[in-house]
Design a binder for this molecule. Structure first.
Ligand code: ZN
Length: 547
């Protein structure tokens, strides 16, 4: 994933800004002044976050305290500048720049710098009643760091991410069951006694009332692709139902679900060692026309205590014109790769997709950000889904799993995301519902997973508690990924094993705009039509039914 404020683009402004006019317009002096300060503010934020992540201790000779002073000063200057600048009389593009900056200042750049990857709360705080939404989210996020990064299994500590990889690979069912049950302290921290007082069930009504008037993350994702929230829910059901039919009817215990989808991972385990991840990524992206090394992507991939419990990609500093010359964006990727495996390799390819996206944005400072979360997550999967294509595996790993086996691996993971998205749709509709019952109904019906309503095993994704509703960006994101991939293939030919035009063509037509265009306009323009679930359904049907 890439981290986003939960409110990003909730109020997407639908300005029809023609592409022809872009770049030629000179910003009004007041807006240009604000943008220069804004760029400094965003950079100081990126640098402090990077220092807090542990990647480096100083940047350009300044330590954290010095950067925090820069942040506070720029934040104040910008607030003053923005309050002095009125949108009346501005060109549409300047007005949009002003609007975007105001939104980010409000949502992402608090007066006092706040380290979002290290909330002040602890996991046990989640037991306190009457917490605010953000404190409860922070406490539950801390549970994933404190408990999820330290699951006890066979006398050792394993991270949640590693455990999910191990569940695909361990051949003894008794060990799989034991490892699955090692998640129990995390589930119990999130869902307490499975009653109305459980931290998660206290969180949902807070999320729903915070979204009052502006809509939830799900409404915002629906807007991004130009459909209603009801239609989103219908699509998710349609996708899961297609999978249900293609996949066959054999029921499986939840601790065996990952193993069943993990055959390709097992077949390829010898050629997906973690030491090879960065080199494979560099080679693949070079073949896509993006030289990650030349782009200067920074990697922080070793597991260490206290590290963020999920992989993410973020800006260090954003590209901008300095004395008439473009100073490129600097991005960093954080992950914890204690083990190898196809799933984790896929994840790193996804993170590099975010990095390529960030590097491709080439606009004025106000617009140097990614756009709606749904689009951002979906786009990062455009290159990463290829890791499950036999042609990709042959070229980059030296051997391939059979096509149906690989696709089953890809889509059993994607279908869990779709199931979580549907879970969140239903939970946000009916916050008083029992999450175990909702999850059991979805997973038994569509994924053929044996019912275990006594277990809160849905609680294995950080996003569910850190920003409820966010999973739609993965579940519905799969629709967009498949659609973007199909459209790209139609324009460029095969992309499964690299395509030298991919990065420049995609940058030119899709990525470079940043927030200059709102995402729904951008997608309509890129695809030339509305987003459709057809491409994803076709991909799922590539898996032949089991005889
Ligand atoms: Zn991502």
């Amino acid at each position: 994933m890439s981290r986003f404020p939960k409110t990003t683009c909730v109020l997407a402004v639908s300005l029809a800004i023609s592409l022809q006019g872009r770049g030629r317009e000179i910003p009004s002096p007041a807006v240009a002044e604000a943008e220069a300060i804004y760029a400094d503010l965003a950079d100081s934020y990126g640098v402090i976050s990077t220092i807090d992540s542990g990647l480096f201790r100083t940047y350009q000779g300044k330590d954290r305290a010095a950067w925090e002073r820069v942040y506070a000063e720029k934040r104040k200057q910008l607030a003053d500048e923005l309050s002095r600048t009125s949108a009346s009389g501005l060109s549409p593009l300047d007005a949009r720049a002003l609007d975007v900056m105001n939104r980010h200042v409000r949502d992402d750049f608090p007066e006092q710098f706040k380290d979002e990857s290290a909330p002040p709360e602890h996991c046990q705080d989640a037991q306190h009643q009457n917490l605010s939404m953000s404190s409860l989210e922070g406490a539950l996020y801390a549970c994933f760091t404190e408990l999820g990064n330290s699951l006890e299994f066979e006398g050792q500590r394993v991270t949640r991410v590693s455990a999910l990889g191990m569940l695909e690979e361990m051949s003894e069912e008794t060990r799989r069951k034991k490892l699955f049950n090692a998640f129990e302290p995390l589930w119990n921290a999130v869902d307490g006694e499975h009653d109305a007082a459980s931290p998660y069930r206290r969180l949902l009504p807070l999320v729903v009332s915070a979204a009052d008037g502006q809509g939830t993350t799900i409404d915002s994702a629906a807007r991004t692709i130009g459909v209603s929230s009801e239609e989103v829910e219908h699509w998710l059901e349609q996708i899961l139902d297609t999978w249900r039919q293609v996949e066959g009817g054999e029921m499986v215990e939840p601790w065996n679900y990952f193993y069943r989808g993990g055959e390709a991972t097992r077949l390829l385990s010898a050629v997906t060692q973690k030491d090879s991840f960065v080199a494979v990524n560099q080679r693949y992206y070079r073949d896509l026309g993006a030289d990650l090394r030349q782009l200067g992507v920074l990697y922080d991939l070793e597991a260490r205590p206290g590290k963020a419990p999920l992989a993410y990609t973020d800006y260090v500093t954003r590209g901008r014109l300095v004395d008439g010359k473009w100073r490129p964006t600097v991005v960093r990727i954080s992950g914890s790769y204690a083990t190898g495996g196809l799933g984790l390799l896929n994840e790193l390819v996804h993170e590099n997709g975010h990095a390529a996206h960030m590097m491709a944005i080439h606009v004025r400072p106000a617009f140097m950000d990614l756009g709606d979360a749904l689009f951002v997550e979906a786009f990062a999967d455009v290159p990463s889904w290829n890791t499950f294509e036999p042609e990709w595996q042959r070229k980059y790993l030296g051997q391939a799993a059979p096509e149906a086996v690989s696709l089953r691996g890809l889509f059993s993971g994607v279908m869990l995301d779709v199931a979580w998205a549907l879970f969140e749709c239903r939970m946000l509709h009916t916050p008083a519902a029992d999450p175990n019952a909702v999850w059991t109904e979805i997973t038994s019906r569509y994924l053929h997973i044996v019912r275990h309503p006594e277990l809160s095993w849905w609680a294995i994704r950080v996003q569910l508690v850190q920003m409820p509703g966010y999973m739609v960006n993965y579940g519905l994101g799969a629709v967009l990924t498949a659609d973007l991939r199909q459209h790209t293939r139609e324009a460029l030919g095969p992309i499964e094993a690299g395509n030298a035009q991919w990065f420049s063509w995609t940058s030119e037509h899709l990525l470079r705009f940043g927030e200059e265009l709102d995402t729904s306009t951008l997608l309509k323009q890129f695809l030339g039509r509305r987003v459709s679930p057809r491409a994803l359904l076709d991909q799922i049907r590539r898996i032949t039914p089991k005889q």
